[in-house]
Design a protein around this ligand. Sequence first.
Ligand SMILES: Nc1ncnc2c1ncn2[C@@H]1O[C@H](COP(=O)(O)OP(=O)(O)OP(=O)(O)O)[C@@H](O)[C@H]1O
Ligand SMILES: [Mg+2]
Length: 256
Amino acid sequence: MTTVLLQDVRKVYGGTQADVDALGPISFGIAKGETVSVVGPSGCGKSTLLRVIAGLDSATAGTVTVAGQLVSSPIGDVGIVFQRDLLLDWRSVIDNVLLPAELRRMDLSAARTRAMQLLAELGVADFALRYPWELSGGMRQRVAIARALLCKPSMLFLDEPFSALDALTRDQMNVILQQVQIHEGVTTLLITHSIQEAVFLADRVIVMSGRPGRTLDEIVVPFARPRRLSLREAPEFAAIAGRIRIHFERTGILVG
Ligand SMILES: Nc1ncnc2c1ncn2[C@@H]1O[C@H](COP(=O)(O)OP(=O)(O)OP(=O)(O)O)[C@@H](O)[C@H]1O
Ligand SMILES: [Mg+2]
């Protein structure tokens, strides 16, 4: 069942100088429970794409539907994680995670139980009473993921969530994210610059062209889950990563 469907979506930002043709036309779907990774050159419209699907920005042309409903305002059934974690430094970890429940005026004692479960699942339960500034970058992103999942959204959107992390922490976060995805059963849209990360986490990778971003290629990633990091050394994995890399080389984004 398709839960997200984009048809001929375009985004043009109006400017004082000239309009910026930011995205599309682009069309694709995301099935329920599926993880789709989107890779593409800087400035090709990936964040715009995420914002348009989430209803945080409107499409200039074309349509976006989520669960059969036309998106025309921010959708509720999604948790979003950005590159900058946007944690509030004056609130403890647990209070940061509880923020969406407060905003929605949900029962806080049930939300607290759920928050502690998520923090445990993400391996940061011991830090529930600490403050964000006491945590490492990877731990902060774990808290941001817990917050995004608190209200049990059926979708999780991530915009370069691990770009600021070192390579080892990033690997660890890939494994943790996969575990949480399996456990929560969320439909996931992952935007990333890392080809390895895109392939490791996805059922399908969409390769975008330079701005205005269109689909250059769509690749199904067939490996069973849970996946181990060592999968990245398998020839089948390398073949998929190589196919993506060729697109980047052709468009001059990657050299060598
Ligand atoms: N609010 C805005 N107003 C005007 N132009 C914008 C706005 N947001 C993005 N743009 C422009 O739209 C284009 C696509 O931007 P976007 O942030 O979606 O790219 P991106 O693929 O996410 O890039 P990156 O990989 O660097 O994060 C860029 O040229 C950008 O300057
Ligand atoms: Mg971006």
